[in-house]
Design a protein around this ligand. Structure first.
Ligand code: FES
Length: 127
């Protein structure tokens, strides 16, 4: 084993694309839904300014949430997990990822974005 530098900054977004066989007892997020959401979020994040542009967006196997009505998305660092509609929630997800990555950036990297990130998080959490 050897340690290497992470080729990304600020954090990672894991988007489940697990697809169970038809007739499975447990629902799954779905290959098409997960892959489509990942492709969109990766591009949208890169078009932003600030820490969100330098996060890593990856597909994942099952995150053990297994919603019947959406796709499971984990934001790291931290253990924040969301269930999102892969089409209707795209802009809300981008806002959440933007705030999450800004909140985990160093103060010098976040600059004035930290206060904005907290305001966005507050709105999303209904505070
Ligand atoms: S199938 Fe997506 S979280 Fe389990």
């Amino acid at each position: 084993m050897r340690e290497v530098s992470a080729p990304w900054e600020h954090g990672v977004v894991l988007i489940c694309n697990n697809q169970r066989p038809d007739g499975s007892a447990k629902p799954s997020c779905g290959r098409g839904a997960g892959d489509g959401l990942k492709a969109w979020l990766k591009q949208a994040a890169r078009e932003q300014d600030g820490p969100v542009a330098r996060c890593r967006v990856l597909t994942s196997s099952c995150l053990d949430v297994c919603p019947a009505d959406g796709v499971a998305v984990a934001l790291m660092p931290g253990n924040e997990v969301l269930v999102v509609d892969p089409e209707a929630d795209r802009d809300a997800l981008l806002g959440r990822v933007r705030a999450h990555m800004a909140a985990h950036a160093s103060p010098s990297e976040a600059g004035g974005a930290r206060g904005a990130a907290r305001r966005v998080l507050g709105r999303l959490r209904g505070r």
